[in-house]
Design a protein around this ligand. Structure first.
Ligand code: AMP
Length: 284
């Protein structure tokens, strides 16, 4: 496994691989790898001859006062895990190489970025869309693997690749969870044992909503208010949003149907956690 730090070197490797007829599969991450990332890597291994994993904590997708500085990092441990998982290249660029002096180009996706995380984290998706577009140009993958954990991010990336005619297949993978249901996230390390318990309120909200729907409830407002009540019982939980949206437009819905996805963002202590799931069976 190679670790490439320079944008120019990574792009040259991609061009050579393409010329040699290799299929490049790509898993973009911010590192501090966990089982969720590894499930994407495993899928990437199946899909390409050359598997590239990027590790880049992208400054442009963090807002003021967010956790860019504190975001957990650990390249040594990440590279051990990546090597074991069959990654061919880790691409871990410096921010100064990705955004050199004079950098002035940003990619914005309209509409589906207005709701949910796009609303509570202004500028976040502009940063995500910009870095993913840049990474696609550098790594030149035929296939890129993302997690459904970041449901809106995946929808936005599908939108850019379609709108910009990018020749890359986007694959979405299901959410990898701890045995008690907590969605795996690099940010879970911020949680103390007490907050870790309270964080279960996200996955439990999904189960609760599914149970309500199974018992015949179809009114989104009713489900949302029941969830808000139970989240409010956790002393250190603060709701950012609890919404039920259409899976492709991400517009809020009034009534639950086959396309309904529950999306949650909740601060537990100072840690902002997200989770989501379809509400009508036969999706998950
Ligand atoms: P991150 O490093 O948090 O930016 O995530 C990199 C990729 O891993 C994104 O496509 C995420 O959606 C995906 N991912 C993060 N957590 C999980 C998880 N628990 N299960 C599946 N995919 C995940």
């Amino acid at each position: 496994m190679d670790i490439i730090r320079l944008v120019s070197e990574m792009q040259q490797r991609a061009i050579s691989a393409q010329a040699a007829g290799q299929t490049i599969s790509f898993v973009p991450t911010m590192g501090f790898l966990h089982q969720g990332h590894l499930s994407l890597i495993e899928e990437g291994r199946k899909k390409g001859d050359l598997l590239v994993l990027s590790i880049f904590v992208n400054p442009t997708q963090f807002g003021q006062g967010e956790d860019f500085e504190d975001y957990p990092r650990g390249l040594q441990q990440d590279s051990d895990l990546a090597q074991e998982a069959g990654v061919d290249i880790i691409f871990a660029p410096e921010a100064s190489d990705m955004y050199p002096d004079g950098y002035a180009t940003y990619v914005d996706v309209e509409g589906i970025t207005d709701n949910l995380c796009g609303r509570s984290r202004p500028g976040h998706f502009r940063g995500v869309c910009t870095v993913v577009s840049k990474l696609f140009n550098i790594v030149q993958p035929q296939v890129a693997i993302f997690g459904n954990k970041d449901f809106q991010q995946l929808a936005v990336i599908r939108r850019i690749t379609l709108d910009m005619n990018m020749p890359v297949e986007i694959v979405g993978m299901s959410i990898f969870r701890e045995s008690d249901g907590l969605a795996m996230s690099s940010r879970n390390v911020y949680l103390t044992p007490e907050l870790r318990k309270q964080a279960l309120v996200l996955s439990q909200s999904l189960l609760k909503a599914k149970a309500l729907v199974e018992s015949g409830e179809t009114d989104c407002a009713t489900v949302i208010s029941r969830l808000r009540e139970s989240i409010a019982c956790q002393p250190d939980a603060r709701i950012d949003y609890v919404q039920i949206c259409h899976q492709s437009t991400l517009a809020d819905q009034d009534h639950i149907d086959i396309d309904s996805v529950l999306l949650l963002a909740v601060y537990v202590g100072n840690t902002r956690l997200i989770d989501n799931g379809y509400l009508v069976q036969n999706h998950d």
